[in-house]
Design a protein around this ligand. Structure first.
Ligand code: ATP
Length: 347
C-alpha cells in the first residue's frame, strides 16, 4: 500500500481546544490551526477503532482506507477532510492519539435543530436540507460509497445552515467497535432508528437501499422537526419496524406547503419495506430540487429566524469550555431511556 500524501496534523499545530461533542467513534473537538489561521474539527478516535500501531502510516489500514474514501467523496455537500491527527492523547499521555482533522461546521448538525428549536423548521430550510442531503448522498453513491449511518447528527450545518454529510467513512469500518452492542442498540446517536427492516436480520448484506431507507426516516425528521420513536428502545424498534411500522403521518398531513405532498410521497417510497423499490438518489433529487425551487426565495428569512432562535437558546446555556492541551475527555453519554410509550404508524 502506498504512503498517504495527506497532511498529518500534530498537537503542536493546534491551539485553543474546545469540546464539541462525542459519538460512537470518539470525541470531537474544535481547535485553531496555528498556520492555517482557521478553526478545524478534530475527531479523536477511541482506541481500537481503525488503528493498531503507534504511527499513522499505511499499516493503519482501516483508518487510511476510510480517509481515502472521504477524500474521494470531496464535494460541496460532503464534509471536507484535511488529514490525520496524530498527537498526545488526552486520556493517557503515554500513547499517541489518532484521529481525523476535518472542516469545522459552526452550527452543529440537524440533530441540533431537532433539539434546539421549539417547533418544526421553516419550510424553505426544511426543503433545502432535504435537497442538499439528497445531493450529497447521490454523489456518494455515484462514487460507490455507501453511507450506512445517515441520521440527523451526521448531517452537519455550516454558518449559513447549509448541509454537509459526515461520518460515512467511519461507518464503513468493519470493526467490532462498530458492531458492538453499544452502537447497535443506540446508546450513541440512535443509529437503529434509521436502519431499514432488513438490517435487523442476522444475515444482512450492506446495500445502497439501506441509505435510501435512512433518507426516508431523515425526511420525516426534517419535515416534522422531531426525532422518530423518541422513547422507544432498540428492542421495540427492532420488533416493530420489520412488521411494517413507521413514524406517524398525521401531523404532516395537517401541514400545508407547496410541494409537501410530493416530499411525503417520496419519503414513503424511500422507507418502503421492499429494498428494491426504494428510489435512487438521482430520482429523489428530481423531486427535492423541484420542491426546493418553489421555496428558494424564503431562504434568507428562514436562516435568519433559525439562527436567531439558536443564538438565544445558546446564550441561556453555558458557554463551551476552553481547554489547554491536552484536553480532558468529556463525560461520555451513557443511556437511552427504555420504552414507556412509542408512536408508530402502520404503512
Ligand atoms: P455516532 O458516532 O453514533 O454517529 P454522532 O454522529 O453524534 O454519533 P460524532 O460524529 O462523533 O457522533 O459527533 C459528535 C458531535 O460532534 C455531534 O454533536 C456533531 O454535531 C459534532 N461534530 C462532528 N463533526 C463535526 C464537525 N466537523 N464540525 C462541528 N461539529 C462536529
Amino acid at each position: 500500500m502506498e504512503p498517504l500524501s495527506h497532511t498529518t496534523v500534530g498537537s503542536e499545530s493546534l491551539e485553543d481546544w474546545r469540546v464539541v461533542g462525542s459519538g460512537g467513534f470518539g470525541h470531537v473537538y474544535k481547535a485553531r490551526h496555528k498556520d492555517w489561521g482557521f478553526d478545524v474539527a478534530v475527531k479523536l478516535l477511541h482506541d481500537g477503532v481503525g488503528c493498531q500501531s503507534s504511527t499513522l502510516m499505511p499499516n493503519d489500514k482501516a483508518l487510511c482506507d476510510e480517509i481515502r474514501h472521504m477524500v474521494k467523496a470531496s464535494c460541496e455537500f460532503v464534509l471536507r477532510v484535511y488529514g490525520f491527527y496524530e498527537g498526545n492523547t488526552p486520556l493517557t499521555k503515554l500513547s499517541m492519539q489518532k484521529g481525523i482533522v476535518m472542516e469545522y461546521m459552526g452550527n452543529g448538525s440537524v440533530q441540533t435543530l431537532l433539539t434546539g428549536l421549539p417547533g418544526p423548521l421553516p419550510w424553505p430550510l426544511a426543503f433545502r436540507l432535504a435537497h442538499q442531503v439528497a445531493l450529497g448522498m447521490n454523489f456518494l453513491h455515484s462514487r460507490d460509497i455507501m453511507h450506512q449511518d445517515l441520521k440527523p447528527s451526521n448531517v452537519l450545518l455550516n454558518d449559513d445552515l447549509n448541509a454537509k454529510l459526515a461520518d460515512f467513512g467511519l461507518s464503513r469500518v468493519p470493526t467490532s467497535a462498530l458492531n458492538s452492542n453499544r452502537e447497535l442498540t443506540g446508546e450513541v446517536g440512535g443509529t437503529y432508528k434509521y436502519m431499514p427492516p432488513e438490517a435487523f436480520g442476522i444475515s444482512y448484506e450492506p446495500s445502497r437501499a439501506f441509505d435510501r431507507y435512512s433518507y426516508g426516516i431523515l425526511l420525516w425528521s426534517i419535515l416534522t422537526g422531531k426525532e422518530p420513536y423518541t422513547t422507544a428502545s432498540y428492542e421495540l424498534v427492532a420488533l416493530r419496524i420489520p412488521q411494517g411500522d413507521r413514524p406517524p403521518l398525521a401531523e404532516i398531513k395537517q401541514s400545508k406547503a407547496e410541494g409537501l405532498n410530493e416530499l411525503v410521497d417520496l419519503m414513503k417510497m424511500c422507507w418502503n419495506e421492499n429494498p428494491s423499490t426504494r428510489p435512487h438518489f438521482l430520482d429523489c433529487l428530481k423531486v427535492t430540487e423541484k420542491v426546493f425551487s418553489k421555496h428558494k426565495k424564503g431562504i434568507p428569512d428562514a436562516v435568519h429566524e433559525v439562527l436567531k432562535t439558536l443564538e438565544s437558546a445558546n446564550s441561556t446555556q453555558h458557554p463551551s469550555v476552553s481547554l489547554s492541551f491536552p484536553p480532558q475527555m468529556p463525560e461520555h453519554a451513557t443511556s437511552y431511556d427504555t420504552v414507556d410509550h412509542v408512536r408508530f404508524t402502520q404503512v
